[in-house]
Design a protein around this ligand. Sequence first.
Ligand SMILES: Cc1cc2nc3c(=O)[nH]c(=O)nc-3n(C[C@H](O)[C@H](O)[C@H](O)COP(=O)(O)OP(=O)(O)OC[C@H]3O[C@@H](n4cnc5c(N)ncnc54)[C@H](O)[C@@H]3O)c2cc1C
Length: 381
Amino acid sequence: MDPIVIIGSGLAGYNVARELRKLDKATPLVILTADGGQFYSKPMLSNALASNKLPEAIPTHSAEQMAAQLDATIRAHTRVTAIDAGSHQIRIGDEIIHYSKLVLAPGAEQIRLPLSGDAAAGVLSVNSLDDYARFRAAIEGRKSVAIIGAGLIGCEFANDLAATGYKVDVIDIADQPLARLLPPAGGAMLKANLAALGVTWHFGTGAQAVDNDNGRLRVTLGNRETIATDVVLSAIGLKPKLELARAAGLKINRGIVVDRHLATSAKDVFAIGDCAEVAGLVLPFVMPIMHAARALAATLAGKPTAVSYPAMPVLVKTPACPTIVAPPANGASGEWQTEQTADSVKSLFVDASGKLLGFALNGAATAERAKLAQQLPPVLN
Ligand SMILES: Cc1cc2nc3c(=O)[nH]c(=O)nc-3n(C[C@H](O)[C@H](O)[C@H](O)COP(=O)(O)OP(=O)(O)OC[C@H]3O[C@@H](n4cnc5c(N)ncnc54)[C@H](O)[C@@H]3O)c2cc1C
């Protein structure tokens, strides 16, 4: 029997494998991964400094331990180079592997800013354990980090670095942190609390150049200001990894297009995680992966199962300003209503009939998360 093959050993790939093994202990399973194949929780990367974790202490299981736990063949440091969906084959260079069913879980990649300057190539980003090890080596013994991007990942790193004594500058073309997720009052609280921790914000302007300057770096902004720093971290966002799917002729849009069964346009090929666009939604977070992994495992085990998503609030790991967001669906009509106290901001997105469609909570208001989440409509019913 040809194996089920999974490409990728991130939370998506490994969670499908774990869920599958609960239902099917017999079908041979092969996991191919470009990285070391360790199991780790990627969200930990942006609070590992304050929780005193070295990169090597972040994985909970080695590839060998995962292979034993999943009764799977795991090939680490193995990059799949092509898919031939017509003949149920994948290629690793010249090697060919046949599959019965194929799961694509190659994740996402950093969007790169077109920066000029003689140190632009040295700008770091963090979307894997290996990236994080490089970042930690770069900041070791240094004092300052400039972060490009005040989104979720940029704010989390800003909090983690500032809380552990680094001088942190954050640059964003928007005029507040988490501009796409927080209405202004919540953004103002996050901005103030991180500023109190020592973060210097540079809003309304982008980074244009990074140059070497006497052993340090100089970041030049669109408004001609310059920032002297030791390390530059880019956190401007991710885009689904599409090259394998595109070359194989699979339907792609913003992500690899899949239906509610996580099925791509090619027979017996599925996609899940940061790479996938599920029923029109690209949701690069852990909770959607957990729901999709359960549904896909059932489908792979012979019981076709459509994925549903309940409301899935996202906890932003900024302890200086606890923040939880459940954004309304794209295009939802309604308005933000905000209540504010000295230590909390509660913003509710409600429609004309008063129905709750989304929320953003900061500070003490985060205690209301469970109660409010129950009132939200499901993301995918
Ligand atoms: C710093 C940070 C903090 C985050 N915090 C949160 C949070 O608090 N809450 C939350 O919900 N989400 C958070 N996220 C998002 C969440 O971690 C991701 O949605 C999730 O980990 C994505 O998992 P994935 O398996 O789809 O992709 P990945 O983890 O990127 O895994 C992709 C896998 O595919 C492999 N691969 C890629 N191409 C190939 C190839 N050609 N051949 C073989 N293997 C290949 C890679 O080696 C890797 O093993 C965070 C993300 C980051 C970067």
